[in-house]
Design a protein around this ligand. Structure first.
Ligand SMILES: Cc1ncc(COP(=O)(O)O)c(C=O)c1O
Length: 391
């Protein structure tokens, strides 16, 4: 019998030919500022646990207690197998933190985006989506079968033009990351809100990389731009600064009631386990109460950015803990990352389809738990690699 999967050989070869084959890097530790790979110590510049909370002893203890009380799995979807008090408590905590009427949990941010977008618009509707939106937003748009207009990255003039030319649709959705996952830059959310209000568009934002990082209380871009009550659909994830797992959508009670009844990635998916729920509640309390963590994060971000610029490398215009150092083609980006590894720094090369062709980069991410010494150690490694590569 012929191998029915023979076509995969060509696909894999083509991935290799383009230097786009992906391999895993195995860490022997959790997401600490200093990690072990192959028994060797490395400074970790690759984590989205921006505040270091995934390994915070208080978060771990809350998670452990919940694990002992509730066990490992949640047993099924909440509508069928029952919803725990921790699910409710975390939803209430998120709604309070994000200053919205209500919130609803998903098993991941990916599922929150895909399910919500594909339920709130359909084939007769239109979506306006930033060209660098996260894959989960793109997939949600595709699944919805709505007409999708892509506007140039952060170009709100272009967005306005596209909306003006498509006024006749009854339901219009504008969707965007607030902080972009691979570029770290930030949408002008106040201006975006004004545009959506002017044209009666629904606005949905993805706060994945903003929660914990932006705003006095650390709740994200809605707080930072003082528009908490003006964004009708706010999505986020608990897997980054919160250091746990899960996604959420928050907004009005009627939006949440609609999602609970209509969104398939909520209805037909096993809910989060208690250990993740308790970890998130504890982490959100820390985010809100320990502003000094965020202050330290921003101090270290500034130090790292200044150091990279001093070396002569190009940083894309970021406004977050994500520092993209532009390299260009896949092979030199991989080589740069490999050489950093040799010098004890783990910072991955990001290639298409995660970023546009020709825009490969080293995506470094800073954590509040890094120290100035670790940042300087990493900068020194960047400098040495830069001197070898560009001399
Ligand atoms: C902007 C953005 N949205 C959504 C997601 C998906 O969230 P999760 O990892 O919780 O599925 C991610 C990251 O993975 C992201 O970067």
């Amino acid at each position: 019998m012929n191998d029915p999967l023979i076509w995969i050989n060509d696909e894999i070869q083509s991935i290799h030919d383009n230097n786009l084959f992906r391999n895993l890097t195995e860490l022997q530790t959790g997401q600490f500022p200093q990690i072990k790979i192959d028994n060797k110590s490395h400074v970790l510049l690759a984590s989205n646990s921006y505040l270091g909370l995934s390994v915070d002893p208080r978060v771990i203890n809350s998670s452990k207690s919940a694990l002992e009380k509730y066990g490992t799995g949640s047993g099924g979807s909440r509508l069928v197998s029952g919803s725990s008090d921790l699910h409710r408590q975390l939803e209430e905590r998120i709604a309070e933190f994000k200053n919205t009427e209500a919130a609803i949990l998903f098993s991941s941010g990916y599922l929150a985006n895909v399910g919500t977008i594909s339920s709130i618009v359909g084939p007769d509707d239109i979506i306006f989506s930033d060209e660098l939106n996260h894959a989960s937003i793109i997939d949600g748009c595709k699944l919805s079968k709505a007409k999708t207009e892509i506007y140039k990255h952060l170009d709100l003039k272009h967005l306005e033009e596209l909306i003006s030319n498509n006024q006749s649709y009854k339901k219009k959705l504008v969707v965007t990351d607030t902080i972009f996952s691979m570029d770290g830059d930030l949408v002008n959310l106040r201006k975006l809100v004004e545009i959506c209000e002017k044209f009666s568009c629904m606005l949905m934002i993805d706060e994945a990389h903003a929660m914990g990082v932006l705003g006095e209380r650390g709740s994200g871009a809605t707080e930072y731009f003082d528009v908490e009550k003006r964004v009708p659909i706010v999505m986020g994830t608990l897997s980054k600064a919160v250091g746990s797992l899960g996604g959420y959508v928050c907004g009005s009670q009627k939006l949440i009631d609609f999602i609970r009844n209509r969104v398939r990635t909520y209805i037909f998916d096993t809910s989060l386990p208690a250990s993740s729920l308790a970890a998130s509640i504890e982490a959100i309390n820390i985010i809100e109460n320990e502003k000094e963590r965020r202050d330290n994060l921003w101090r270290l971000i500034k130090r790292f950015k200044a150091g990279i610029k001093n070396i002569g490398l190009e940083i894309l215009p970021t406004h977050s803990a994500i520092i993209p150092v532009l390299i260009g083609e896949p092979e030199p980006a991989l080589e740069f990352s490999r050489m950093l590894r040799e010098k004890g720094v783990y910072s991955p090369a990001v290639r298409p389809p995660s970023v546009p062709t020709g825009k490969c980069r080293i995506r470094s991410s800073i954590m509040a738990t890094h120290t100035e010494e670790k940042i300087d150690f990493a900068l020194n490694a960047f400098k040495e690699v830069y001197e070898i590569v560009y001399s």
